[in-house]
Design a protein around this ligand. Structure first.
Ligand code: NDP
Length: 530
């Protein structure tokens, strides 16, 4: 969430338009970076004017305003996209409403709808290299990671949801109405789409979050207005082209770029939106809930986390646990709602584990996402850089011990050092609050009875990890953890078929799996007097 006054935060001297066709050197020397090449295809795409997708047409913002989109590796401007506001949201919601009430979408058979959703997955795979490059450029994550994780997972989600389009079923229900003796009825339920859905997504997995939201909404027959994050709107706009190519009818998906306080807020409060689905901070999640109260629209939320990752001394393979703990926090530069940011280790092996994770942290190669050698890119924005380094400083001031890291890396771009901290206390902000960067706090524990209350001592409840060779203990601990996902002897395992979401202040409802269909349908009971 940003304030208008603080935007943009890029020093004027750093705000330059990147020569996207042939790399992004700006004449300044950079010791750790060779000039990077963007593929000609992507360079050409970036140069095209960017518009909102409303009613099947690419449309400029009503105000005509644009805002800059940056490459977080060097703060270069890579594109300008519509700075949309309430008027654009009104138009997009009207287009979605028309498509829902009178367009061909609702008249399609489930099979036809499923095939269209499947085709989106196919087209994502056909354009996988370009999408991975775009995602890397816009978000900062390594292109190789986007290519093996974000893009195929997004395609798989559409493929998985396509299958559900033909399996959204009601029940027949035998009823025994006590005040109508002898009367006969045929009673059944239908699962109707919710209607017009507003979807507000974050920047950490831009394409994948769009897929998590759009896939089930479309499979269930809804129409959508999607607002991507201001930092990373580009893959959503490219996805809009793919949706049109797949044959999704006009108005079924509308994509509006803009800021949270303007476009996002207008969508959340809109009286003709039937549901809002949000992923982002818990703080904004609460704002969304309040905004939704006007017309009591349905709300689903996927919010923050401060997930415990617990390693017992009886872990079978200590190296696997150390690697798993490093992956749990450093994957996607720690910008994961489910990051294993609290490493809890049985005291006997505490120093070994901390040293092992720190060793991994030191070896991680930082660099621009488009550099093939890069293992960790920059944080997504100057705001995130400032947020994460502030936490690092707070930890130092409160007396925590930095085993490795703890600072910004380099002068350009938004890089931070992978960081491992020990000697922490429960009341420190770095232990209690979501940092959303590659920063892990490690705490030893001695007795199992002290472990679980501490592990659960957080307002969040998104995920947790448990590493042990004792299968019974693993199940006991998993059962006691207040988290929507528990990984045992693994971490960050995602699948389109697995529900994902949070306990407590980590959210409402679940993404993915068949559970998400609950979020995008409503039940109608029909009773026929015979
Ligand atoms: P936000 O929660 O502000 O952003 C998420 C989305 O909500 C963006 O599309 C944003 O738009 C939009 N938004 C912001 N304010 C409003 C509003 N008033 N009404 C409607 N929509 C709004 O996250 P930030 O980007 O500010 O990141 C802050 C922190 O949030 C991170 O440090 C992290 O802790 C957490 N976070 C959690 C994520 C998760 O996956 N659960 C993902 C991202 C962040 P815009 O970006 O244009 O402002």
């Amino acid at each position: 969430m940003k304030t208008t006054a603080s935007r943009p935060r890029i020093a004027a001297s750093a705000r330059k338009i990147a020569p996207t066709h042939n790399g992004h050197g700006n004449g300044e020397s950079s010791a750790r970076r060779a000039p990077l090449k963007i593929s000609p295809h992507l360079g050409a795409w970036l140069k095209k004017p960017k518009h909102n997708l409303i009613g099947g047409k690419w449309t400029p913002a009503a105000s005509g305003k644009l805002f800059d989109v940056f490459n977080p590796a060097d703060a270069w401007v890579i594109a300008r996209v519509p700075d949309s506001d309430k008027e654009d949201i009104n138009r997009a919601v009207a287009a979605a409403r028309r498509a829902f009430e009178t367009g061909p979408w609702r008249r399609m058979t489930p099979s036809e709808r499923g095939k269209l959703v499947w085709r989106i997955g196919d087209l994502i795979l056909q354009n996988a290299d370009e999408l991975a490059e775009l995602e890397s450029l816009d978000n900062g994550k390594p292109r190789a990671v986007a290519r093996v994780a974000d893009v195929p997972l997004a395609a798989d989600l559409f493929h998985y949801m396509a299958g559900w389009a033909t399996k959204i079923e009601g029940n027949t229900i035998p009823i025994s109405v006590p005040y109508a003796p002898g009367a006969q009825f045929h009673a059944f339920t239908l699962r109707d789409p919710v209607g017009v859905v507003g979807q507000i997504i974050p920047w950490n997995f831009p394409l994948l979050m769009a897929a998590w939201k759009l896939g089930p909404a479309l499979a269930c027959g809804n129409c959508v207005v999607l607002k991507p994050a201001e930092q990373t709107p580009l893959s959503a706009l490219r996805l809009g082209e793919i949706l049109l190519e797949a044959g999704i009818p006009e108005g079924v998906v509308n994509i509006v770029t803009g800021f949270g306080e303007t476009a996002g807020a207008a969508l959340a409060v809109h009286e003709d939106v039937d549901k809002v689905a949000f992923t982002g901070s818990t703080e904004v999640g609460k704002i969304i809930v309040r905004a939704a109260a006007g017309n009591l629209k349905k709300v689903s939320l996927e919010l923050g986390g401060k997930s415990p990752n617990i390693i017992f001394k009886d872990v079978g393979d200590l190296n696997a646990a150390i690697n798993g703990a490093a992956n749990a926090i450093f994957f996607n530069h720690g910008q994961c709602c489910c990051a294993g940011s609290r490493l809890m280790v049985e005291r006997d092996i505490f120093e070994d584990v901390v040293a092992g994770v720190a060793e991994q942290a030191k070896k991680i190669k930082l660099g621009p996402g488009l550099d093939a050698a890069t293992e960790m890119g920059p944080l997504v924005s100057e705001e995130q850089l400032s947020r994460v380094t502030n936490y690092m400083n707070q930890g130092k001031q409160s007396g925590a011990c930095y085993v490795t890291g703890g600072d910004r890396s380099g002068e350009r771009g938004y890089f931070v050092q992978p960081t491992v901290i020990k000697d922490v206390k429960p009341d420190m902000s770095i232990v209690r609050e979501e940092i959303f960067g590659p920063v892990v706090v490690a705490e030893p524990f001695t007795k199992p009875e002290e472990l679980l209350p501490r592990a659960n001592q957080t307002p969040y409840g998104l995920a947790a990890g448990v590493w042990t060779g004792d299968i019974a203990k693993a199940h006991r601990v998993a059962a006691a953890l207040k988290a929507g996902t528990v990984w045992i002897n693994c971490y960050n395992v995602f699948d389109s078929a697995l529900p994902f979401g949070g306990y407590k202040q980590s959210g409402w409802g679940r993404e993915m799996g068949h559970e998400v269909l609950e979020q995008y349908t409503q039940t109608k009971a029909v009773v026929v007097g015979l």
